[in-house]
Design a protein around this ligand. Structure first.
Ligand code: UT7
Length: 322
């Protein structure tokens, strides 16, 4: 069977930084509460008029540049915030990247969107339907937050990350282990007929630590590996306390856990590729490192997978800047 490897990595964040003090000026919260309960110090929000597609196009262009490609065989966009119910943003993003005619679709798995998308991309390659796939995960959660809800308004940020996946030697991208439990659909949702995102934070927190550590260990076992073989854990950036709890439950030392929730907040589907792009660009992730990614989110959905870091130069930056 054809293996899949990462050929390029990109990430894009909006320019506007929102601090905890900015939020506590209008909400009953404090910098101290947000920092100690979540680890978040700042997040980035788009300006009005900037869409998820704008961030997706920038991250996608950066990943294509990183891969030294101008086109691919398929485009997938993972997002919770397409900005409209219909149609999907994938075709728009593909066309804006100069790929009119290329198959493009969206994946909806909330914070696990990147890993569901990665499984789709690897599957397209394994089946022979594509040799190269651009997978972008992009979110503008700031557009669906209830500004009066301190339980969600302080947590989420906007951003986009992307990878180009290509056919290659087996072992570059390990098997993605995915799961779901729709009986928990009401824990993270935009209720029918409403505009704003709602979350039962405490119950989500409890399930996240258990599900993420279990599925991460499962993904390792399916690759014949154990926690000692991992160089970096790249967990979905929901809350620093969740990342710490997952690592503790897996028996991984803190030094192996990568994170950027402090500066970008929870960017939902985008959080894993944004962290991969940032950590590869600043040298924390290096050629040959074994990376374990894991996520949990609305649906409920969860997933994990391993990567052996390829010889790529990540292109990570701010929307509107080169
Ligand atoms: O992205 C994938 C899915 N999302 C997640 O994984 C997020 C998971 N959940 C969490 O990260 C945490 O549950 C939160 C950060 C959302 C909340 O932290 P918590 O430690 O679970 O707090 P809590 O919801 O149990 O609330 C504790 C107290 C409550 O006050 P009382 O009832 O004890 O008086 C809340 O009303 O903290 C209060 N509270 C706040 N206080 C100040 C909740 N949000 C805030 C806030 N500022 N922003």
């Amino acid at each position: 069977m054809t293996g899949a490897v990462i050929l390029g990595v990109g990430g894009s964040l909006p320019a506007r930084v929102v601090t905890n003090d900015d939020l506590s000026a209008r909400l009953d919260t404090s910098d101290e509460w947000i920092r100690t309960r979540t680890g978040i110090r700042t997040r980035r929000w788009v300006e009005p008029g900037t869409s998820t597609s704008d961030l997706a196009v920038d991250a996608g262009a950066r990943a294509l540049r990183s891969a030294e490609l101008s086109t691919v065989d398929a485009v997938i966009v993972a997002t919770t915030t397409p900005g409209r119910r219909c149609p999907a943003v994938g075709p728009e993003v593909a066309s804006r990247l100069g790929m009119i005619g290329v198959p493009a679709h969206d994946v909806s798995a909330v914070c696990t969107g990147f890993l569901y998308g990665l499984a789709n991309a690897v599957g397209l390659i394994a089946s022979g339907a594509a040799r190269t796939v651009l997978l972008i995960a992009a979110e503008t959660f700031s557009t669906i937050l209830d500004p009066a809800d301190r339980g969600t308004a302080v947590i989420f940020g906007d951003g986009a990350g992307a990878v180009v996946v290509g056919a290659g030697e087996p072992g570059g991208i390990g098997p993605c282990v995915l799961g779901s439990d729709g009986t928990g659909a009401d824990l993270i949702q935009i209720p029918a007929g409403e505009d704003y995102f709602r979350m039962h934070g405490t119950e989500v927190f409890r399930q996240a630590v258990k599900r993420m550590s279990d599925v991460a260990l499962d993904a390792l076992a399916r690759t014949g590996l154990g926690p000692d073989d991992v160089d970096h854990l790249v967990p979905h950036q929901a809350n620093q306390r969740i990342s710490d709890g997952v690592a503790r439950r897996m028996g991984l030392p803190e030094s192996k856990v990568l994170g950027n929730v402090a500066t970008v907040g929870n960017t939902a589907a985008a959080s894993i590729p944004v962290l991969l792009a940032e950590a590869a660009a600043d040298g924390r992730i290096k050629l040959g490192d074994r990376v374990l990614t894991v996520a949990f989110g609305g649906g409920l959905t969860w997933g994990a997978g391993t990567l052996v870091w390829p010889d790529v130069t990540a292109d990570f930056g701010i929307l509107g800047e080169r």
